[in-house]
Each structure stands twice: as C-alpha cells, then as structure tokens.
Design a protein around this ligand. Structure first.
Ligand SMILES: Cc1ncc(COP(=O)(O)O)c(C=O)c1O
Length: 431
C-alpha cells in the first residue's frame, strides 16, 4: 500500500502543527505508522492522498450518519452559503433546526446551539450550577465530555473521592468540585450523594459510554440515576454527543425511555459541520442569558451554513424506519464476525448498540467499566488495524475507539467488511 504522499504531508504538518494534527488521536500514536491524510469521501467510501480507497467505519468519529458528502446536505449548504456564511445576528435556520428537534424529541423544550460537543458539555454544566445554585458535579470514570477543564478528571483513590486532573495545565482547584465515580455502581452513587448531596448540581453521564470502548450500562443503573436525582433535586445530565440522533432520533434517552433533565448534543446535529447544542425544559433553559443569569455566547453559534447542514441531515434521520434499518444491518455484520470468532475460539467480543460497534479483544461478554478493558488488547488491535487498512477498510486508529455504520453503507459493503474483519482477526490471533 502506497503511503508516500501521506508521509510527506505528515512531515510538513509536523513543522506547523503540534504533533502534525489538530486533535491527538489523529496522529496514529496507538497504532503503527504515521497518519493517513484523506482527500475525498463519498457515501461509505474515503480516498487518501495516495489514492487508496477505504470503506470508512470512523465516519469523522460519528457525525456522518448519512455517510460522506450526502447530496442533500451539500446542496442545501451550498444554497444557503451563497447568501453569506454568518451574520452574528439571528437567521431563520436556527429556529428551523431547533423546531425540528423539539418537535421530535420528548425531553427537550428549548435548545441553545454552540460550536462543539465540548462547548455543549461545558455550558450545560454551567447551567446546571446556575440553575441549582450548587457547585459539585458527579461524573463517571470512562466517560468523556470533551476537554472541559473541570471534566478532565480521573477518580481519586477510593469511592466518592474528589477527582484529580488528567491533563497538564488544569489546576487541581479547578477539579475539586468534580466527583468521579465508577460506572454501573449504585453504591458509589449513594455514597457520593450521602457525602456531598447538598452541594451536587448534576450527575453527568454518557448514557451510552462510547469513548473508552463501548461500556454498555445496565438500563437499571440509568433508571436508578433518574430515581436518585428525583429524590434529591440533582439534575440528570445526559451527554449525548455520540448517542444523540445515533441510536434513535431521541438518542439514548429515547432508546432507554429515560428522561434526563439536560442533554448535550454534538456530532450528528451539525451534518458534518462544527455544531454542538444543549437542551432541557424551558424552566431550566430560561436561566440562560439573555433571559437568565447564566452567561453563554458564541460569535459563530447557530450560523446559517452549519444550521442548514444539520437540518438537511436530521430530516433524513426522521424518515420512517431509518434507525431500524441502520441497527439491523449493523447487527448482521457484528453477528457474522462474532459467530466466526466463537467458532475459532478467539477471546473476542464485538459489542454493539444501534449503529455503534466496538471490538473487545477479550472474551468477557460484559465490559461496563474502563478498568475492565484488557490493556493488552492494543497489541492485537495494531495487527488488526494494519490488516484492515491493507484490505481497504478504515476504522478509528485506537483499540478504545468505537466504529460507526452510516446509512450509506450497503449490505454488500458490510458483508465484505465482516469478512475483512474476520481476516484481520485471524492475523491478530495468530500472533
Ligand atoms: C460524549 C462526548 N462528549 C463530548 C465530546 C466533545 O465533543 P467535541 O469533540 O465536538 O468537542 C465528545 C467527543 O468525542 C464526546 O464523545
């Protein structure tokens, strides 16, 4: 496989960009070799700078639920942008996207658009604090909420301890209001509420944790969080940056039938453009400026181009049967791979929900906390990843990353991908 153009572009990028990239995982540090530079995408297919073609299961880390360069998205965006790209003043597209969401989502009455998932999570946390007048935030180890200072935290030692920061540049004082708990553990939540309950603004969780593998939680656990929040007045905050509009139009909240008090969105909501959002009941949202005292603003927030992309994408997601079809074809691919893995006796489990999948290189068929992931998996994953590339299949370059199937992936492509995965697993387990 020719990689010389990508290699040259990487050498150049390293001169001007830290690590040659604008987001760390793109640097391919968890796999062998240098990053691939992409040039073109259409539907399920992408082409790199050397002309290699791949079936894409990264889909820009989730936003591209319709695949690359969807015709409707492109045509609506082009039409809107011919009239200007941003005014720093309202345009009708903001309410159009907001209406589309509010009318089709039981748990959102008002929504505020921002420019990324990080911004959405950060602003939602501020709103939770401003609304409740409380300071502490509960988060779970293994859940990612963007690079927000107070949420870049890992657990201290022991249950219900305050967190310690996971990045240089974040003073410990910034994270001292964050309580980090293990996922799927009711006792830990009870203990934290007992200890700090009077000062907890919200419990933040990825209801489908998909940033450290796919740590599918028991529905009971999510229901338990709802119950404890109801009992204590703590807000339940679902970070649905990945799961929103992905596992159903109403995201994980709709999938599990659990009403959160606040939701953060990102990725799919922007149709491939940089959009995030947070939403809640009017009662909560009316605390945001200019109606309320919680300040939050954005120069390019709600710009017409990004809104048009979001509208064009979400309208297609609302077509009857959209999510069932996506889930069914993903399941067929996963089941084929799992059946062969079981037959061969490989210690392997492929988790999936909706059109999200994750390969765990261990035979545990339940992995619900990040410390249950076998750290040695990454060696097998490297072999798997290289063999997939050689077969024209692109998955995210890390064993901790999930894969995404888009509406554009055909049954034939997925059947081919399943055989490619089996081939790559065969190599990985031959080591
Ligand atoms: C659950 C979750 N929250 C927040 C974020 C941050 O979103 P962004 O990368 O758009 O800032 C991500 C990104 O992957 C995410 O998966």
């Amino acid at each position: 496989m020719k990689r010389s153009t990508s290699d040259r572009l990487y050498e150049e990028a390293k001169q001007y960009l830290p690590g040659g990239v604008n987001s760390p995982v793109r640097a391919f540090r968890s796999v062998n070799g240098a990053p691939i530079f992409f040039e073109k995408g259409k539907g399920s297919q992408v082409w790199d700078a050397d002309g290699n073609q791949y079936t894409d299961f990264c889909c820009s880390w989730g936003p591209l639920i319709l695949g690359h360069a969807n015709d409707q998205v492109l045509s609506d965006v082009s039409e809107v942008m011919m009239n200007g790209t941003s005014f720093g003043a309202p345009s009708k597209y903001e309410s159009e996207l907001a209406r589309l969401i509010v009318e089709n989502h039981r748990f959102i009455e008002k929504i505020r658009f921002v420019n990324s998932g990080t911004e959405a999570a950060m602003s939602a946390i501020r709103l939770a604090r401003g609304y409740t007048g409380k300071n502490k935030v509960v988060k779970f180890e293994g859940c990612y909420h963007g690079h927000v200072d107070s949420l870049m935290v890992k657990a201290g030692s022991g249950l219900a301890t305050l967190g310690t920061s996971t990045s240089a540049g974040i003073p410990e004082s910034y994270v001292k209001e964050t309580i980090v708990l293990p996922l799927n553990n009711e006792d830990a939540v009870n203990e934290a509420i007992e200890k700090y309950g009077d000062d907890i603004a919200c419990i933040a969780i990825e209801p489908i944790p998909a940033n450290n593998g796919l740590l599918l939680q028991d529905k009971n656990f999510l229901q338990f969080l709802r119950k404890r929040c109801d009992e204590t007045g703590i807000l339940l905050f679902f970070d649905e940056v990945i799961s929103g509009f992905r596992v159903s139009f109403e995201g994980a909240a709709g999938y599990y039938g659990i009403k959160p008090d606040m939701i953060a969105f990102g990725k799919i909501i922007g149709g491939g453009f940089p959009v995030g959002a947070y939403g809640a009941s009017s009662k909560v949202m009316d605390h945001i400026a200019p109606d309320g005292p919680v300040y939050q603003a954005g120069t390019l927030s709600g710009n017409p181009v990004a809104m048009a992309a979001g509208i064009a994408q979400l309208k297609q997601c609302l077509k009857p049967g959209f999510y069932d079809a996506l889930e069914a074809k993903t399941k067929r691919m996963v089941e084929r791979v799992q059946a062969v893995a079981d037959e061969k006796g490989w210690p392997f489990h492929m988790f999936h929900v909706g059109s999200i999948f994750w390969m765990s290189f261990s035979n545990k068929n339940k992995v619900q906390r990040s410390d249950e992931i076998d750290p040695n998996s990454s060696e097998r994953f490297k072999v798997f990843f290289d063999d997939m590339l050689a077969q024209g299949m692109y998955v995210g370059p890390s064993s901790y990353e999930v894969g995404f199937v888009s509406y554009a992936h055909t049954e034939e492509e997925l059947a081919r991908a399943a055989e490619a995965m089996i081939h790559a697993l065969d190599r990985a387990y031959a080591q």
